[in-house]
Ligand binder design. Structure first.
Ligand code: MTE
Ligand code: MO
Length: 464
């Protein structure tokens, strides 16, 4: 509904609030319930002290509906109504002066998407495209992250796909090209997997010297239970021709990326072996709900264990080939570029590095003397977590207890109960080790595009 700002002004001599009966009438008229009966949704209302002016922020179907509701205020003085918009709409529309706030019908309204993300508590880094991270202390609790709080990473504006018109096409080196609608996908054998997605750039802002790219803190990671069809089943239905070794996955989104004058599509590739090894899933549900548009409605790829760039959202096409994918986000981005002994070395961004995050205590938190629980999550792309060690104030590493089920591609909760004996600063550090024996470095190796920062997490708290 359209948003309005209403200014009401009356003269001191006719201040209705001084007359108890009139004042109470207006008070009741202004109540949320009364406004709702008039078709007006009051968002906020305030009177500047001593100014005899009232400011109301309200939504209504149109100015006429709002005008009818404001009649008693017009009797008491002046009323001025201004069409308004949210801050999210202004920023995503390109500024207060930008007139073009209408968006292409095939895109999700960037202002709505941004408003939802803010209300869910995400820390927004960018609105065009929408990028926001979750907060590490908010991770505390369940095995999965509520959908609204799941971090968001988009390279372009969010497509708004029509589920009824949607088709997934599977073509290339196959015996029977497929075009599957949502219902057909739902009718295939379904599987649910709890999988942690981490953006390869998570923790990028802590690299020194600074690197280009989204300046993520530590919240570009979340976990959900994904439900869908195992990718191999769909490929078997299509029938692979001999010579088929590689797959390209195309998302519905595209746009300009640096160095490209023409729009690029979001595309990624996997080899057939990688599909088999990871158990990749074509997911249509996230934590038991249909995928939301920002997370890839109606279908996304989920590649367990891999940095999330592999998990293509708004998946519309799978092409089977005998050639590795040469797409922009496969060959130009998502490579580690290390500088070692003056030489450049590179490797593609694939499996997630092993990593632990401390969710409690929070940075700067005051803890009382006595027993306390240090908690967090840990995950790795190379398998489940075998141990997490915690060190307080640079002291010896002590093994934390791993909580809950061990799942190969999901983060694992851990906890260390300890006694705090001394007041003063408390530095908590946590270090994870996975089943493959990989553990975290003090400082992750710097690389040009700032990927895979799994430096040991350290939190500074205070014992009081
Ligand atoms: N089609 C498409 N898929 C995509 C992306 C994208 O921009 N477009 N971003 C990728 C990256 S880099 C990440 S980290 C994850 C983020 O998934 P989320 O927004 O559901 O958290 O989606 C991946 N899949
Ligand atoms: Mo990412």
């Amino acid at each position: 509904m359209p948003l309005f700002i209403v200014r009401h002004q009356h003269s001191p001599g006719t201040c209705p609030a001084r007359d108890p009966a009139k004042g109470v009438n207006l008070l009741n008229h202004l109540s949320r319930a009364s406004a709702a009966r008039h078709g007006v949704l009051i968002k906020a209302e305030a009177v500047a002290r001593g100014s005899h002016s009232l400011l109301v922020i309200a939504e209504a179907a149109d100015e006429r509906v709002l005008g009818a509701y404001l009649a008693p205020f017009r009797e008491a003085g002046q009323v001025e109504v201004t069409m308004a918009t949210s801050w999210a709409a202004v920023v995503s529309g390109g500024g207060c002066d930008a007139s073009a706030m209408d968006v292409c019908a095939a895109l999700l309204d960037p202002a709505d998407a941004c408003q939802d993300a803010i209300e869910a508590g995400l820390l927004i880094h960018r609105v065009h495209p929408l990028n926001g991270e979750t907060s590490v202390p908010d991770l505390a609790g369940g095995a999965v992250m509520p959908n609204g709080r799941f971090y968001l990473r988009n390279h372009f504006d969010i497509p708004s796909l029509d589920g009824d018109a949607y088709r997934l096409s599977v073509g290339g080196l196959v015996e029977r090209p497929l075009s599957l609608c949502v219902r057909e996908l739902h009718n295939l054998h379904a599987e649910s997997l709890v999988v942690t997605l981490e953006c390869a750039g998570n923790g990028r802002s802590f690299f020194d010297p600074a690197v280009p790219g989204e300046p993520w803190g530590l919240g570009a990671v979340s976990t959900a239970e994904w439900t869908g069809v195992p990718l191999m089943e769909v490929l078997e239905r299509a029938g692979l021709q001999s010579g088929a070794t590689e797959l390209t996955f195309r998302g519905a989104d595209s746009g300009l990326d640096d160095g490209h004058g023409t729009p690029v599509r979001f595309e990624r590739g996997l080899s057939l072996d990688q599909v088999r090894e990871t158990g990749a899933l074509l997911a249509y549900e996230m934590n038991g709900e249909p995928l939301s548009s920002p997370h890839g409605y109606p279908l996304r790829l989920i590649v367990p264990g891999w940095y999330a760039v592999a998990s293509v959202k708004w998946l519309t096409e799978i092409v089977v080939t005998d050639q590795p994918c040469k797409a922009h986000y496969q060959t130009e981005k998502y490579w580690f570029h290390w500088v070692r002994n003056g030489h450049d070395e590179r490797a593609p961004v694939e499996l997630m590095n092993v990593r632990a995050l401390i969710s409690s205590p929070d940075e700067g938190e005051n803890l009382p003397l006595g027993e306390t629980a240090i908690r967090g999550v840990a995950w790795s792309g190379a398998g489940s977590i075998s141990r997490v060690d915690v060190s307080l104030n640079g002291g010896p590493w002590r093994e934390a207890r791993l909580l809950g089920e061990r799942r190969p591609s999901s983060w694992q909760w851990w906890e260390l109960i300890t006694r705090l004996e001394q007041t003063g600063p408390l530095i908590v550090r946590a270090r994870a080790t996975d089943m493959a024996g990989r553990t975290q470095p003090e400082r992750a190796e710097w690389n040009r595009l700032g990927y895979g920062n799994n430096s040991i997490h350290s939190v500074a708290a205070h014992v009081t």
